[in-house]
Design a protein around this ligand. Structure first.
Ligand code: FAD
Length: 593
């Protein structure tokens, strides 16, 4: 067997792309075209496949390294006759709803000729925000609709273990934080007493209210819910293994649904780090939201939005928290000036924020989980934690539903590629939500769900959003929509900006929270708004106006001449537009050039 070096092949216009996953280890026997690495640029996630088969003898790259075409990945003892030109790297998670699938061969479709228990025009697989929105829209359009969902409640990740429970807890902890600041106003409260069972009960009651509401709305629309684990049998049938209880306990019974059209909305699940042992003290976001106890010392692996939101909750509840992030900044995707305000405000909240650092090893010890770190800011000694939260991203569920038997192409990572009508390569089957690509956000899934239902009905509906907002519901909140300044720079787009510091906002000062700012980004040629970012309390609520302005193609005059109510944080959007024009009377005069 000959030694062979595996290099990063041509990855298009990308260079210095960070490695976010190494999928193989020394000693692995790999097949040609087997994915070796996952790279993540600001625009796409892509897998790097092997260009030969053989046994890996050494691996040169590690998590967090930046690679370009020609970078050495690994050495292998190649199997005979294996060397071939490197296959192209396929983007697998471009911004929605761009095609995301690697070029895979058309799957061999199945053919079901057995019994059928349910008939419908539209079957929706999965009842998250994408799925229930698609199903309700389908029913409103008059189509006989069935939802297949494995869990007892509707609402998917967002309502049960995502957006909603995290916000119920964030609301509670933000009130706790605010109360502490009242001493400055001459109002003092005693130290909070945390009844954790009651807090968990409150969070669960919020979930129950919303998921119960969905069940009622499904009933009112005559949308039938078949409870179980669905898998395709062919392009017109799904087999459902019926489930029971509060989770997805299989009952052994199976039912078959015949459908004319299907909308796949099976969502995503947290990425696992393979080196972490199984232990109840190592959890993902779902585990952290269970709020079993308040750990004394907690590690959050991953400095993205989900990790930072949970870190905010637990730190206010009393945990001492370290955050380890492989990249050189937190809250990837946000402009650095927004994130810096958050960082400054939170300087005392966490014990250590370790950038360019990764958790490399974890051992279960009687007194906690002992974690060894590697990287620029790694502590010299292993650290012991009572709870480790892994929040390093989510992976689509596309590979778990036998989509191939329906002829639907699913790429190596489980993403399903769709066109602008959310249609897969199979004309009567659509796909939406987390499993069609980034950003994995509930509001994107909902809009895609509506498009898919309308397209299935025959309407000329398209997903053509100009922007998909992102919000970190941290304290302060950080929200952005459309293009960021960093994207404008990297894409060579000439832009102008208007910035209104909240230090000049009457309402922000009255609230005692004037650390934030609102900025709007305009195309320098058309003068239309193309992006915006807000950092401060309630930024997530305020960004909606920026979203509308981008969709409507507003310019700074449209926004600045819109009378906003005073005194509100919302008027900072109008004032930022005035600032873009250079005549904001709430700011010092602009010096004449
Ligand atoms: P999901 O919500 O993942 O739902 C998929 C559903 O399909 C699930 O109910 C699942 O049980 C079901 N399913 C899967 N496979 C099968 C099968 N074979 N048979 C039957 N049923 C199946 N997004 C935001 O926009 N804002 C936020 O503030 C926010 N906060 C978040 C906080 C956390 C902690 C997490 C984890 C996520 C958060 N998200 C947030 C992301 C958001 O939850 C997801 O983007 C959204 O839920 C995706 O919706 P979906 O419909 O694609 O799929």
């Amino acid at each position: 067997m000959a030694k062979q070096t595996i290099l990063v092949p041509d990855i298009g216009d990308y260079s210095d792309v960070p490695v976010i996953e190494v999928l193989v280890k020394v000693g692995d026997v790999i097949e040609k075209e087997q994915p070796l690495l996952v790279l993540e640029s600001d625009k796409a996630t892509m897998e790097v496949p092997a260009d030969a088969s053989g046994t890996i003898t050494s691996i040169t790259v590690k998590l967090g390294d930046k690679v370009s075409k020609g970078s050495v990945i690994a050495e292998i003892e190649a199997s005979a006759g294996a060397a071939k030109p490197a296959p192209a790297v396929a983007p697998i998670a471009a911004p929605a709803p761009a095609a995301v699938s690697a070029p895979v061969a058309a799957p061999k479709a199945g053919q079901h000729s057995g019994k059928v228990d349910h008939e419908c025009e539209v079957l929706v697989l999965g009842a998250g925000p994408g799925g229930y929105s698609a199903a309700f829209r389908s029913a409103d359009l008059g189509m006989n609709t069935i939802i297949v969902e494995r869990y007892a409640t509707l609402g998917g990740v967002c309502l049960n273990v995502g957006c909603i429970p995290s916000k119920a807890l964030l609301h509670t902890t933000s009130v706790m934080d605010e109360v502490k600041t009242m001493a400055k106003h001459g109002i003092t409260f005693g130290a909070p007493k945390i009844e954790i069972d009651q807090l968990r009960g409150y969070k669960d009651s919020v979930i129950a209210k919303l998921t119960g509401g969905l069940a009622g709305m499904a009933k009112a629309r005559k949308v039938k819910v078949v409870r179980g684990l669905g898998r395709f049998l062919d392009a017109n049938h799904v087999e459902v293994e019926l489930t029971d209880g509060t989770g997805q306990d299989l009952t052994g019974k199976k039912e078959v649904v015949h459908f004319q059209k299907a909308i796949i909305a099976a969502g995503s699940q947290p990425v696992k780090l393979p080196f972490l042992p199984e232990d109840p003290r190592i959890v993902d976001s779902t585990g952290a939201l269970l709020l079993k106890s308040i750990p004394k010392r907690m590690l959050v692996i991953g400095g993205g939005i989900i990790g930072l939101e949970m870190a905010t909750v637990y730190s206010t509840l009393g945990s001492r928290i370290d955050i380890a992030e492989m990249m050189d900044g937190l809250m990837a995707g946000a402009d650095r000036d927004l994130e810096k305000v958050w960082e400054k405000f939170n300087a005392g909240r966490f014990e250590k924020i370790m950038l360019k650092t990764r958790a490399a090893k974890a051992e279960v010890k009687p007194d906690g989980i002992q974690v060894t770190f590697e990287g620029e800011n790694a502590p010299a000694e292993p650290q012991t934690y009572d709870l480790v939260l892994v929040a390093v991203g989510r992976t689509p569920n596309g590979k778990k539903i036998d989509a191939g038997l329906a002829g639907v192409q699913v790429d190596e990572r489980g993403f399903i590629s769709v066109d602008k009508q959310m249609r897969t390569n199979v004309p009567n089957i659509f796909a939406i939500g987390d499993l069609v690509g980034q950003p994995m956000l509930a509001h994107k899934a909902v809009h895609e769900g509506h498009v898919a239902a309308e397209a299935a009905f025959g309407e000329k509906s398209y997903f053509d959003a100009k922007q998909i907002p992102s919000v970190a519901y941290t304290d302060p909140e950080v929200a952005w929509a459309g293009l960021t300044e960093e994207q404008c720079k990297s894409q060579g787009i000439a832009y102008e900006k208007g910035l209104f510091p909240w230090a000049a906002s009457g309402r922000a000062i009255a609230n005692g929270r004037d650390e934030g700012f609102t900025k709007l980004i305009f195309d320098a040629n058309t003068h239309r708004i193309i992006g915006g970012g807000i950092v401060g309390t309630h930024a997530g609520d305020l960004i909606g106006e920026v979203c509308l302005a981008i969709e409507m193609g507003a310019d700074a005059v449209d926004i600045g001449k819109t009378i906003h109510p005073h005194p509100t944080l919302g008027e900072s959007v109008g004032l930022a537009a005035e600032a873009a024009h250079g005549h904001c009377t709430d700011l010092p005069p602009v010096k004449k050039k």
